[in-house]
Design a protein around this ligand. Structure first.
Ligand code: GRF
Length: 214
């Protein structure tokens, strides 16, 4: 079986990267992680890639004068490696229009909220302040606007009495580790059709909702 050549871009801990690595270990999984790129040399997630024998490239954004030059360097590395899909997994650089358009439909991200709620940072604090009953995560195709774009998979978790940001983040993270592998399986398996902002999964309107994940 030909597996979709996937790159994972990280900046930090890499727990979602590890979840994707574990998913790709299944013999029937339609994707392989062929490359990991970190823009942060100290990112602890790099270890997960090394342990799994996945090639790693470090591309510090500070080495480039402009975002465009940084993105051109990323693009060159990704294309040289024959990458067909990019998964952003805690990659803390905003990618601009040129890059996003060039990889349209081949660039996905995981965001720790139930989009369109709470794009941007501090999602868990904002969910608590808004007294939401559910929080969660979204795996979505990346568009030029930050944390926007058609959602492929959403996984919800309850907000529980006594939650603080830390407890809620940990619960959402367990949901992320289910949602991202599922989204990658669907995209790499050719089961997701994207037309403008509409998404169909197995011929039905998306997203897939995992509700709720304990
Ligand atoms: C996750 O919460 C993800 O949703 C967000 O950044 C965090 C990355 O965590 N985009 P990790 O590096 O995958 O552990």
């Amino acid at each position: 079986m030909a597996r979709l050549k996937t790159a994972v871009l990280i900046s930090g801990r890499g727990s979602n990267l590890q979840a994707l690595i574990e998913a790709c270990a299944a013999p029937d999984f339609p994707a392989e992680i062929a490359l990991v790129i970190s823009n942060v040399i100290e990112a602890s997630g790099i270890e997960h890639a090394i342990k799994a024998g996945i090639p790693v490239r470090i591309v510090p954004h500070r080495d480039f004068k402009t975002r465009a030059e940084f993105e051109a360097a990323l693009d060159k590395i990704l294309r040289a490696a024959g990458i067909e899909l990019i998964c952003l997994a805690g990659f803390m650089r905003v990618l601009t229009g040129g890059f996003v358009d060039a990889w349209n439909g081949k660039l996905v991200n995981i965001h720790p909220s139930l989009l369109p709620d709470f794009p941007g940072l501090d999602t868990h604090r904002r969910a608590l302040e808004a007294h939401k009953r559910f929080a969660g995560c979204s795996v979505h195709f990346v568009r030029d606007e930050v944390d926007a774009g058609p959602v492929i998979v959403q996984a919800a978790v309850p907000v529980l009495p006594g939650d603080d940001e830390h407890k809620l983040a940990a619960r959402v993270l367990t949901a992320e580790h289910k949602a991202y592998p599922l989204a990658l399986r669907l995209v790499a398996g050719g089961r997701v059709r994207l037309s403008g902002n509409q998404i169909e999964i197995d011929g039905k309107p998306g997203p897939i909702r995992l509700n709720p994940v304990a």
